[in-house]
Design a protein around this ligand. Structure first.
Ligand code: V07
Length: 252
């Protein structure tokens, strides 16, 4: 059976998704290759980051229409501070730029904006823009759009451990209680299911300190496509291949 997925409001796309079952509930994406996309065109790297923003919007719409429940996007890692200051400054303006253009569409599509990562280090104007979007969308019960911003998985785990030590000292936690499901409450992803599918664009095959705990049982899907070239069809192809893998498991 093929299904019709309307997206970009004006188009209707016939896809080869097998069925509505086994759509991954939580998809996480490492959006790599923006700088390279620009450099190949003789443009400054920042031009690639800006192009990447419109890809984010396209993929959010596709995720909504495919009935994905949670979409986690790795926008800025704790390692990205090592890049030239001008590039970092530019990248950290993108959340505000994105929300200025696309927040009304997110509200309209019942999307809830959320973040994981260490917020304190990002500029105040960026924090404000994101907090405004989170507040505006907090009652929406459609897609959870989870931006990993100034996120690093090892930092997240250390942060959790510190909190746990504090709570045991304050006698709010008995170490006997601590098991996997209790530990997870201390992670930034508390309340979210683990990703079912991880996508990495840009032809690199590594995790780059992304969701190390949460990806323990996740299916991985890689593409050579650079993030600005990643489109609806590529995303749906990833969902389709995920469904096929799931079906094979079912047969065993
Ligand atoms: C960023 C564009 C996508 C490619 C990867 C790097 C650059 C969207 C956001 C964003 C973040 C939070 C939010 C709304 C939008 C974003 C950064 C970089 C830092 F609430 N794209 N994008 N944030 N890039």
């Amino acid at each position: 059976m093929s299904i019709k997925i309307p997206f970009l409001s004006k188009q209707v796309k016939e896809t080869e998704l097998e069925d509505w079952d086994n759509i991954p509930s939580h998809v996480a994406i490492i959006m790599d290759g923006n700088g390279r996309w620009a450099q190949r065109r003789g443009l400054p790297r920042i031009a690639g980051h800006r192009e990447g923003v419109s890809t984010v919007n396209r993929i959010v719409k596709t995720a909504v229409n495919a009935n994905v429940k949670v979409l986690t996007l790795y926008t800025f890692s704790t390692e990205n501070w090592k890049r030239p200051k001008s590039e970092v400054d530019f990248i950290l303006k993108l959340p505000k730029e994105f929300l200025h253009v696309y927040l009304p569409g997110l509200v309209e599509n019942n999307v809830r904006v959320q973040t994981i990562g260490d917020f304190n280090a990002v500029p105040k104007h960026t924090q404000d823009a994101i907090e405004y979007a989170m507040e505006k969308t907090k009652d929406n019960d459609g897609l959870v759009l989870n931006f990993a911003l100034n996120y690093g998985s090892r930092y997240e785990i250390i942060h959790a451990v510190k909190q746990i030590v504090q709570d045991t000292k304050a006698s709010e936690l008995d170490l006997e209680q601590l098991d996997e499901s209790y530990f997870e409450k201390y992670l930034f992803t508390n309340g979210l299911s683990d990703p079912d599918l991880l996508i990495r664009t840009g032809g690199e095959y590594r995790l780059s300190n992304f969701m190390l705990w949460q990806l323990a049982y996740t299916e991985f899907w890689f593409t050579e496509k650079l993030w600005p070239e990643f489109d609806e069809d590529t995303f749906l192809q990833a969902l389709m291949e995920y469904q096929q893998r799931k079906r094979r498991y079912g047969g065993i």
